[in-house]
Design a protein around this ligand. Structure first.
Ligand SMILES: C[S@@+](CC[C@H](N)C(=O)[O-])C[C@H]1O[C@@H](n2cnc3c(N)ncnc32)[C@H](O)[C@@H]1O
Length: 214
């Protein structure tokens, strides 16, 4: 982690009002893929981590039972709340929570996160993925800055002083260690991608039955 959560929160509070106007084509492509892969059913609860101004949460709310957004920046979430109200989306709620402490213990079917997890160190990402697996979602769709190869030092898609992207291999390893199977890998750019992780049916099938007495 190159900055503390408090430092990231202050940074995003400051840019919250202009955030939605500052998007790259790669960001938009990534967000669209996250929305497409999340594809919640009408009875699903979606948890969107690092929700920011609600780009993913608000796009999914019309299709889901409920959307829960978590972030550390109240400024970003105020923008999300205002948009939810303008759009009449009463099933989207935004509150403080981090990747490793989402401060949500209700049911979750689909977890999403877009362009946010790269603020964590690789070890923290691993811990966050374990915490998310513990919430037992059916699916976790992660769009983010991530390295498909050696990043071009002349053209970083991230800010090396504040961001800490992982390689796709590191993320894939963290997902499988936490009991997910990677079911899709979408490369948007050599430093931006979307990973779809689903709870491994094999791991579930092999898990001992607590009632079997074995
Ligand atoms: C680049 S914005 C992305 C927002 C949104 N997901 C989107 O697609 O537009 C990154 C967000 O991650 C949040 N963030 C950074 N570190 C976080 C952490 N440890 N836990 C939760 N949110 C975090 C920031 O406050 C910010 O709102």
């Amino acid at each position: 982690m190159k900055k503390s959560p408090e430092e990231h929160a202050a940074r995003f509070d400051e840019k919250a009002s202009e955030y939605d106007e500052s998007k790259s084509d790669e960001y938009r492509a990534c967000a669209n893929l996250v929305i497409e892969h999340a594809a919640p059913d009408a009875e699903d609860v979606v948890l969107d981590l690092g929700t920011g101004t609600g780009a993913i949460a608000l796009a999914l709310a019309p299709d889901a039972e409920r959307v829960v957004g978590r972030d550390i920046s109240e400024g970003m979430m105020d923008e999300a709340r205002a948009k939810a109200q303008q759009e009449g989306l009463e099933n989207a709620a935004f509150d403080r929570g981090t990747f490793r402490e989402p401060e949500y213990d209700g049911p979750v079917d689909v977890v999403t996160s877009n362009f946010a997890m790269h603020h964590l160190s690789d070890e923290e990402k691993r811990e966050a993925i374990e915490v998310i697996a513990g919430l037992e979602p059916r699916k976790f769709v992660l769009g983010d800055v991530m390295f498909f190869g050696e990043p071009d030092p002349e053209a970083p898609f991230y800010s090396p002083d504040v961001d800490d992207p992982a390689t796709v291999g590191t993320l894939a390893d963290a997902f499988t260690s936490a009991g997910f199977s990677l079911t899709a890998v979408e490369r948007v750019h050599d430093q931006v991608g979307v990973l779809v992780a689903e709870r491994s049916p094999v791991a579930e099938a092999e898990a001992p039955d607590p009632d079997s007495g074995e």
